[in-house]
Design a protein around this ligand. Structure first.
Ligand code: FES
Length: 70
């Protein structure tokens, strides 16, 4: 699904950026330009980024658990 029509940024792009540590709106804006033209995408981008954060925390927690077991 496209989040930002002006810069053709998809939800999948935000997920990829999150895995690179770009998991806040400011960082995503710097990387993609999202929200810097008309700005209509900002509320949706915020919602997508917020929804991704619990998944990222879960992966970090799982990674730590696996390290402790090794
Ligand atoms: Fe994202 Fe216009 S839709 S800046």
């Amino acid at each position: 699904m496209i989040v930002c029509n002006c810069f053709n940024v998809r939800e999948r792009d935000l997920a990829e950026l999150a895995t690179e540590g770009r998991c806040c709106l400011r960082s995503v804006r710097q990387a993609t330009g999202l929200g810097t033209n008309c700005g209509k995408c900002i509320p949706q981008a915020r919602a997508v980024i917020s929804a991704q954060k619990p998944a990222l925390l879960t992966s970090v927690d799982l990674g730590s658990t696996m390290e402790m077991r090794a």
